[in-house]
Ligand binder design. Structure first.
Ligand code: FE2
Length: 373
């Protein structure tokens, strides 16, 4: 890139935030316009951070959900509606980015995993409420924000992975059992601060109060075979390798391990364990969602709502179930056969919005009991 182009490029990027809509309609001509178009194209290839326009046939998505999963879903949406989706994949840093972009953010909607991430965007004032009869019909009230600030689209259960050989049937049936002294030295779990575990702990705060949840976290810590570390799959690996007898993890990882072609040893990890859905005789198993929300800055709100509606409906729910071993949020959509093979289970009926409100309490509690130390 020579100096002249670089200067024009920079100028184009800076100005595009305010003039983007006009630039797209081709109002500008001459050298500046050419430089500007160059900037937009480059921006369009990697991100669309410089483009902040409302267009009838487009919608701009920030997604922390992976491209392999989103691609077929978004292609199906475009096929059905003619609306093009510009997706930016953000593995990390979405909240900070939306905050810094503020009202000029090009993002119309976000897709993230876990109520923790949805809740944090909401608390930061980055989302806006949506009213949609379709979303109310497709998504049970438990799995969406009461004012429509966010919507769950897929469901996952946080379950116990138990050694097939070292854990007797009936030995562990509840989350509470994991904290019982008889399980000393037998339990593995990832960091207590991870978003999945904070949500699980928040669900225990809802079920048993802060004192009950503190006692549980202390008991669980006392039973750990090793300091919290690794991701969910690493816990199952530790069971496979004999380091612990039970682990905590999300259900879809069982599917990802059992069918893993890239790293076939994961099939062995999966084979060494069975899934226990905790608390079936009581409040039910803690479940969480991946979900979507319309940003406060949305310029294409109608299209954003349309995309969320599409993702909550039969065709997309089927793709989610097939691609990622998750549970459809919409009733009546078939499970992946492997997911179905784990059996039916009762989910904790606590509203996820209520659990999300206890996340701050849960986070403090993890520090209080020095869970990760
Ligand atoms: Fe995950």
């Amino acid at each position: 890139m020579d100096r002249t182009y670089k200067n024009n490029f920079t100028r184009g990027i800076v100005l595009s935030a305010t003039l983007g809509a006009l630039a797209f309609t081709g109002t500008y001509t001459g050298a500046f316009a050419r430089a500007f178009e160059g900037a937009v194209q480059v921006a369009g290839r990697s991100t669309f951070s410089a483009v902040s326009s409302a267009r009838a046939d487009e919608v701009n998505l920030y997604s922390s959900r992976q491209p392999f999963l989103m691609k077929p879903l978004l292609a199906a949406f475009t096929e059905e509606t003619g609306i093009k989706v510009n997706m930016v994949y953000l593995k990390k840093g979405m909240l900070e980015r939306l905050k810094s972009e503020g009202r000029n953010s090009p993002a119309d909607l976000i897709l993230v995993s876990d109520i923790g991430n949805l809740h944090n965007h909401d608390k930061a004032g980055l989302l806006q409420p949506v009213t949609s009869p379709n979303l109310s019909a497709n998504i049970p009230a438990q799995y969406r924000h009461p004012s429509g600030n966010w919507f769950g689209l897929t469901v996952r259960a946080r379950v116990i992975y138990a050694s097939k050989t070292r854990l007797k049937a009936g030995e562990v049936t509840t989350y509470e059992d994991l904290a019982d002294p008889r399980m000393k030295g037998r339990v593995c779990i990832r960091s207590g601060k991870h978003v999945y575990n904070i949500s699980l702990l928040a669900s225990i705060v809802v079920a048993k109060g802060e004192a009950g949840a503190t006692a549980w976290a202390k008991g669980l810590k006392a039973n750990l075979a090793r300091r919290p570390q690794g991701n969910d799959r690493a816990q199952v690996r530790a069971v496979f390798e004999g380091e612990c007898d039970v682990a905590v993890g999300n259900t879809y990882y069982m599917g990802k391990m059992a069918t893993n072609k890239k790293d076939p040893i994961q099939k062995e990890w999966a084979k060494s364990v069975r899934i226990i859905f905790p608390n079936q005789a009581g409040r039910g198993t803690h479940v969480n969602v991946s979900g979507a929300a319309v940003t406060k800055s949305a310029k294409n709100k109608t299209n954003a709502v349309r995309l969320i509606e599409f993702l909550s409906d039969d065709a997309a729910q089927k793709i989610y179930a097939e691609q990622n071993f998750e549970y459809p949020v919409k009733a009546g959509v078939a499970l992946h056969p492997l997911v179905a093979s784990w059996g039916r289970f009762k989910a904790d009926k606590a509203y996820l919005s209520k659990i999300a409100n206890k996340r701050t309490t849960a986070t403090k509690l993890v520090d209080k009991v020095a869970f990760n130390n």
